[in-house]
Design a protein around this ligand. Structure first.
Ligand code: GLY
Ligand code: MN
Ligand code: MN
Length: 453
């Protein structure tokens, strides 16, 4: 369930949406129901990372930890012990500290964590080394995602060793360590109703930001000024951080897949490619649009653009439960290769051009990725060695592109330096799919009409 509060901003009323505590509790229970009997899970929060003297990068909670807790502080550790009489959910967190709180802000402390986050027992970080071995003791299996945090890996080893030292007193350390990722990431791959609602909203805000950029764009503006239009719209809607570094690339810069310098001047006659999405309450939007800086496509730009759009539509039309994920990618390769041949940019038979990978000179990435709390979200793409079929509740991007390098001497000069990507965020539904990012235009006629206004 989503909790909604009304916020009043200069732009009007926006909704501050939150996932409710009952949802976080239900997720923890769902995970514990799948853990093997006699097991325990250890899930760490993110840490603060220094940027330079006395300044940290903006704190962003670890997605797995937030998914299970809704708790937004660093230096915390969640322990899940299904079936434990004294409480299944234990948290270690920063203790309250009046002086630190005057300097750096409010801390929930163990009591706050119990009251506000539905945790059964909570302790300050100082008690970790004493208490965690007691909590792990007696479990047969430890779910812990080893290899992400070296310091914590060492601490876990020390906790296990301290239990082993007590063997003659009857203490038993878990004999098996298993990655938690599979169980947890399979849950995150399928979006519940409240997550869908949040992602729909993230898509809506992200789409509005792209519309704003199209409206504000004109020759002479810099890429960073156009980026600022996007960032502004995210921020006034409660998304202070984008889901990833926004890419605003004019002209040749559109051919750099993850261009983030955003420093050049936008020129009359060029296209600009914007790949930007907001992060709303830990859920990502991920939209790309490509449009003419001065509002009107040239003949070649239009030809490439319409081919990419045609590829994207063919992929979107194919999305429905049961279709293997890789089929959507393969459709993009087939339709795009045929289109490049029709335009004279590739020569040869379609099958051969696909088999040899000749199309990769223009289209070098996959059709998309899972989308959720992480922009490149968790979840396996293959199950038991086979590409998995799409299922209702999955969210994926569909983002074909054609990038004609300015150095590509195999094509006529008029094509060089054109880069086009079109990206939307699709929820797989029982009937087919829903586009979260439909609010931003993408046909040539719609874009030219919007920019002419
Ligand atoms: N924004 C990164 C991507 O589209 O994958
Ligand atoms: Mn993407
Ligand atoms: Mn993107």
């Amino acid at each position: 369930m989503l909790r909604r509060m009304r916020l009043y901003t200069e732009q009007g009323v926006t909704a501050d949406m939150r996932i409710s505590q009952s949802s976080f509790a239900a997720r923890r229970q769902q995970l514990m129901d799948q853990m093997s009997p006699g097991s325990v899970a250890v899930i760490p929060s993110a840490k603060e990372v220094a940027r330079n003297r006395d300044v940290e990068y903006p704190f962003r909670q670890d997605s797995d930890f937030y998914y299970l807790t809704g708790f937004n502080e660093p230096d915390a550790l969640l322990i899940l012990i299904p079936g434990r009489n004294e409480g299944q959910v234990v948290m270690f967190c920063r203790a309250r500290d009046p002086e630190m709180e005057i300097w750096n802000g409010y801390r929930a402390g163990p009591e706050g964590v119990c009251n506000q986050h539905g945790v059964d027992q909570a302790y300050g970080c100082a008690e970790i080394d004493e208490r965690v071995p007691q909590l792990l003791q007696g479990s047969e299996r430890l779910y812990y995602s080893i290899g992400t945090d070296e310091t914590l890996d060492g601490q876990v080893r020390d906790w296990l060793n301290s239990i082993r030292k007590q063997a003659r007193m009857g203490a038993v350390a878990p004999g098996e360590i298993v990655m938690l990722d599979h169980l947890l990431h399979e849950m995150r791959l399928f979006k519940a109703d409240d997550e869908v609602e949040m992602m729909r909203e993230a898509g809506r805000i992200s789409a509005e930001a792209h519309v704003r950029a199209m409206q504000q764009c004109k020759p002479g503006l810099t890429e960073y000024q156009l980026e600022a239009e996007i960032t502004h719209h995210f921020a006034v809607n409660g998304c202070r951080q984008p889901a990833y570094s926004s890419s605003v690339g004019g002209g040749d810069n559109a051919c750099v897949l993850h261009y983030t310098e955003n420093w050049d001047v936008l020129k009359d006659g060029d296209l600009v490619l914007i790949d930007a999405g907001c992060e709303l309450e830990y859920y990502a939007g991920d939209i790309t649009r490509t449009f003419p800086v001065s509002g009107k496509f040239s003949t070649e730009q239009k030809a490439i653009y319409e081919l990419v759009l045609h590829v994207q539509q063919a992929c979107i039309d194919a999305i429905r439960p049961g279709v293997p994920w890789i089929r959507i990618h393969n459709i993009s390769v087939e339709v795009l290769t045929q289109g490049l041949v029709d335009l004279g940019l590739l020569k040869g038979d379609i099958e051969g051009l696909i088999d040899t990978g000749a199309y990769k000179a223009f289209y070098m990435h996959r059709i998309g990725h899972w989308l959720g709390m992480d922009v490149h979200d968790v979840g396996d793409y293959k199950v038991d060695g086979d590409w998995r079929p799409l299922q209702a509740g999955m969210v994926m991007t569909v983002e074909p592109g054609i990038y004609i390098s300015p150095q590509n001497e195999l094509v006529e000069e008029k094509w060089r330096g054109i880069g086009v990507r079109i990206e939307d965020d699709m929820l797989v539904t029982e009937e087919g799919c829903e586009n979260f990012s439909a609010g931003v235009p993408k046909t040539v006629a719609e874009i030219e009409a919007l920019m002419a206004r």
